[in-house]
Design a protein around this ligand. Structure first.
Ligand code: PLP
Length: 352
């Protein structure tokens, strides 16, 4: 803390993203990126957009992308908000719906950006413990608060709540906003989007980063009834009207429209996930049931921190969180079949 820094930064502990190694020798299974390239149609759309019109500002209301996402989700254009990655969309939602000094709740084991936004914006929070099997205590998520945030499937566990449980949380928090972060929903979890028309307090957040192989493009969405979307736009237009540049709008729109490629790549990841989970179990790992593009696993005898370090020496990066309750787990992103074979071979040497 420097004397010139704003007091806003006094107690801030910024989020630490997973390592992005400078050389390309690592097998990267640490930040839940998609191992397959973005849709070729999306890349072509970005190339086509890289032209003289870049001298013009992008469309502030990203109409084309909005229409594509409306068609994909079955929602109205006015029920769709887009921003520069879902992290930015989440931050915008915290600003739009949670007042300074109010108190929100989220699970104790969840996406570690939530407490960071809350601290930055002066929002208080209580962390609701997950049960011992890492499932969400649904009832506890309906206690008195000023707002609820929940990731489904959860991160970093990969465990999904069935739709009726999410609906229970939304229904029993009718007086406050419930943000459902569906960053990993496309890998085998039922989305809560079809409930949007019934619940004016439901805001769903999704991203292009995982299931659409576009972590580098930065595009994310909020989906909800029009009045919630209007609140997000009001915050955006009080901050930066052009969060999505022309290339991102073109690429994201084409990717959303390429349904076939989306289904093919996510099904491949789901199949690789099932196979890898089986291999890890044979090696003595407990693997939580995953609905995401990663596995959360703990070995019966070798500590996670030790496995993490040895994998790194062998050129394989996974994620280890030095936090209570999960410090003996590794979060392993699903890569290609070849990458997972290399991982399993390395693990055989480490734990065998
Ligand atoms: C990856 C992730 C995000 C952020 O994704 P963006 O790349 O910012 O769109 C949000 N929530 C969860 C739970 C995530 O894992």
């Amino acid at each position: 803390m420097d004397k010139y820094w704003s007091r806003r930064l006094e107690n801030i502990e910024p989020y630490v993203p997973g390592e992005q190694p400078k050389d390309g020798v690592f097998i990267k299974l640490n930040t839940n990126e998609n191992p397959y390239p973005p849709s070729p149609k999306a890349l072509a759309a970005i190339r086509a957009a890289a032209c003289d019109t870049l001298r013009l500002y992008p469309k502030p209301e990203y109409d084309g992308l909005r229409a594509a996402m409306a068609e994909f989700t079955g929602l109205e254009d006015s029920q769709i908000y887009a921003g520069n990655g879902s992290d930015e969309v989440l931050a915008t939602a915290f600003l739009a719906f949670f007042a300074p000094g109010s108190r929100i709740i989220f699970p104790d084991i969840s996406y570690s950006f939530y407490p960071v936004y809350a601290d930055l914006f002066g929002i208080k929070y209580d962390m609701i413990p997950l049960r011992d099997d890492f499932t969400v205590d649904v009832k506890a998520m309906t206690r008195e608060s000023d707002g609820v945030v929940i990731a489904n499937p959860n991160a970093p566990t990969g465990v999904a709540l069935p739709l009726p449980d999410i609906e229970y949380i939304v229904k029993n928090n009718a007086e406050r906003i419930v943000i459902v972060d569906e960053a990993y929903v496309d890998f085998g979890c039922e989305s809560v989007v079809p409930l949007i028309d019934r619940y004016p307090n439901l805001l769903v957040v999704q991203t292009m980063s995982k299931s659409r192989s576009f972590a580098g493009l930065r595009a994310g969405f909020a989906l909800g009834q029009k009045s919630l979307i209007d609140a997000l736009s009001a915050v955006k237009n009080s901050f930066n009207s052009y969060t999505l540049d022309r290339l991102a709008q073109a690429g994201a729109e084409a990717a959303v429209r390429d349904r076939e490629y989306f289904d093919e790549t996510r099904n491949r990841i789901i199949a690789t996930r099932a196979r890898t989970a089986g291999e890890l179990q044979k090696l003595g790992f407990t693997v939580l049931p995953s609905s995401a593009n990663f596995l959360f696993a703990s070995h019966k005898s070798v500590p996670a921190e030790q496995i993490f370090a040895k994998l790194r020496e062998k050129g394989i990066l996974v994620r280890h969180f030095n936090k209570p309750r999960i410090d003996n787990f590794l979060r392993i992103t699903i890569g290609t079949d070849d990458e997972m074979d290399a991982l399993c071979a390395a693990l055989r040497e480490i734990v065998g």
